[in-house]
Design a binder for this molecule. Sequence first.
Ligand code: PLP
Length: 486
Amino acid sequence: MTDTQGGGPFGDMPADEFRKHGHAMVEWIARFMETAERYPVLARVSPGDIRRALPESAPESAEQFEAIMADFDRILMPGMTHWNHPGFMAYFSITASAPGVLADFVASALNQQAMLWRTSPSATELEAVVMGWLRQLIGLPDGFEGVIYDTASISSLHAIAAAREAAVPDVRTLGLPGRADVPRLRVYCSDQAHSSIEKGVILAGLGQQGLRKIPSDENFRMRPDALRAAIAEDRAAGVLPIAAVATVGTTSTTSVDPVADIADICAAERIWLHVDSAYAGVTAMLPEHAHILAGADRADSLVVNPHKWLFTPFDLSAFFCRRMEVVRQAFALVPDYLTTADAARNLMDTGIQLGRRFRSLKLWMILRYFGAEGVRERLRYHITLAQELAAWIDADPDFERLAPAPFSVVCFRAKPAGRDWTEAELTRLNEAILKRVNDTGEIFISHTVLGGRFTLRVAIGNLQTTDRHVRRAWELIQQALADEMR
Ligand code: PLP
């Protein structure tokens, strides 16, 4: 048996072997990044294919790393949908940038777990520093403290839990069930808000009826007058409003709720304001887009996801809170075995999870590698590409745009000129176009439904996506329509 890394006969992979496979792995990754385009962007497998190709039980005997990698290439690679492909234009297009990939590599090796300051002083303090950088870049005032969670869903869940903590006396000790002193609680968001808000409300024990979806206007923005009326109606019925969620960059159309108006209402009603800017918040770094967060300085909390449009490998969600003491009041719980006398903040106090990955490292490396100016240029480029596509769609009589495109997502559908279409026919036509386009393997786009209309949705946001890819996407979409009309 070979000697292992300082572990005697039963330790880890030997250092030399690690070095060999590590170099080969870096080579594999570099080649993948250079040539991602040769893969079909959407996996071409059927449900169950991958599972059937894999043994049902773990191997009893050790296997060679070469054999493991060979199976990885042969079995798993065909089942990958390539989010890091320049033709990935579905949902929100994202990038695992090279500096972020390298950071994750070393973060895994170091295996830092910053539950307490002492279990990783560097990870704890780097998180504070990097969140400070991001806060400044998007123009939030320094009263906001930042903490990193995995996803926006979890960030928003913490915001809702904090709102409940602030609104309901002793909820931490007494909970909600069976309390005569607590009326029904209500959270508000627009009918365009992300489903994670509803999940958060469910998990906070408010029930789905604890969320009231406020109608949005013709451009998919929450109507403040409707929010004001809903709160008044609820109060008159004995319901206690506790929070409103404003979305900056909604999932379907990237519309921007009027945050300042909603902030006025929340201040007057003394309820928590959470801003979900998971996708679009980063564009507040651009002077021409900074207005999207106007009023967010008065929010109680805000989420922005570097793993969406800040080139950060999944996952990293940045949660900023002006009242982090309320989050701590809700979640800090220190068992005997975790007490310390360190005069420092412990990240386990600001959330539900104890163990946490060293996520700040990748954001630190990304912000340093590209620099704020480099990030701004890249965001601007994606926005420009999307605006070009929107202009081509607008100029084509056989297509119509179904929402404004303030950032890098374009919503539209085919509606060939020269005849009357029923909604059902248009849905069938656009579903067929979507399938044809995605079957090419060159691009992957997704859909949504806007006001009952089946909508095609192209999202730009991968660092490798260029003008050529967007032109090609438009060609494929036009070609798919031509094929359908044949
Ligand atoms: N909020 C908005 C506006 C989103 O668009 C999304 C996902 O697309 C989320 C929240 C949830 O993000 P996550 O996957 O980080 O939970």
